[in-house]
Design a protein around this ligand. Structure first.
Ligand code: Q46
Ligand code: ZN
Length: 286
């Protein structure tokens, strides 16, 4: 198989685009895809200070690298959740990433809030982890004058989230599915620069560019059933995932703003979900 652009030996065939590419042409192709996607959905504005939340995994490492490559003003944030060996391996990958990309790295440790994810009962781990990450990203970004928080969510993440919501009968929270959600009150703007990119495309990019990342999975990673269903549809109908995310339409949802009576952050109740976690798990009961 030859590269369609330059005729060298191809390393991949991208079904949604029906194109075979060599390593160098793939890197250019990926860069153009992300650039066009950021423009199409107005995901980022020039001059914005971006806090890129990185986990050491392929997707957020690809995001950090491409944002730097595209000339954005970006710093990294790593949140140490205290998940044993996994957190250690992840932090090492993130430190290598920051060094190779020459980007400033900020590290926040959940244990400094009095608990870690290892203190949470197994059935609630991912929910507690999600709450903690969102809280820390938002608060750190605001307190350090960042304009946006960028996360490495992929097109598959968005599709799985959408389908799971529908399948469980709950109303889809549309904002979580959008590539850019404007900040308000104490919320900083959240963006997903890899909104249209697939995991395979991100992995290929980090491999081609030799960008530090780890393939180590969190020991609490949920059952991959839903993701496998999405992969299977994509296998049978190439382009499904990209078409799906493009088709997601914004649902406006008025939201009543309240502030947590303990920490003052935006909350849907009197006490925010993060402070409830702290009250339950904080060792010092501070
Ligand atoms: S939520 Fe759950 Fe992830 Fe947190 S506990 Fe691990 S698997 S890291 S994206
Ligand atoms: Zn080529």
């Amino acid at each position: 198989m030859k590269c369609k652009k330059c005729g060298k030996n191809a390393i991949t065939y991208l079904k949604p685009y029906r194109i075979a590419l060599c390593k160098d042409c793939y890197v250019d192709f990926y860069k153009n895809l992300v650039r066009r996607s950021i423009n199409r959905f107005k995901i980022l504005k020039r001059g914005e200070r971006i806090l890129a939340s990185v986990s050491g995994g392929k997707d957020s490492s690809a995001m950090a690298s491409i944002l730097k490559e595209l000339g954005y003003d970006v710093e990294l944030l790593y949140i140490d959740l205290g998940i044993g060996e996994y957190s250690k391996v992840s932090e090492k990958a993130v430190r290598d990433l920051a060094r190779d990309l020459d980007l400033d790295l900020n590290v926040v440790r959940l244990k400094d809030y009095g608990f870690t994810i290892s203190d949470v009962e197994i059935s609630k781990v991912c929910s507690a982890c999600g709450i903690s990450k969102r809280y820390i990203m938002n608060r750190f970004a605001r307190e350090n004058d960042f304009d946006v928080v960028a996360t490495g969510h992929t097109a598959e993440d968005v599709v799985v989230f959408y389908i799971k919501n529908i399948a469980s009968g709950s109303k889809v929270w549309a904002e979580k599915l959008l590539p850019r959600v404007e900040g308000f009150d104490k919320f900083v703007t959240k963006v997903k620069p890899l909104y249209e990119m697939s995991e395979k495309e991100n992995l290929l990019y980090v491999i081609c560019k030799e960008i530090p990342h780890t393939l180590e999975e969190c020991p609490h990673a949920p059952n991959p059933d839903w993701k496998e269903i999405v992969y299977e549809i994509e296998r049978r109908k190439p382009g499904f995932v990209k078409n799906f995310v493009r088709g997601i339409v914004k649902e406006e949802k008025p939201m009543k703003i309240m502030h947590c009576k303990i920490c003052g952050e935006v909350s849907s109740g009197e006490v925010c979900a993060f402070c409830k976690l702290r009250m339950k798990y904080c060792r010092s009961k501070a």
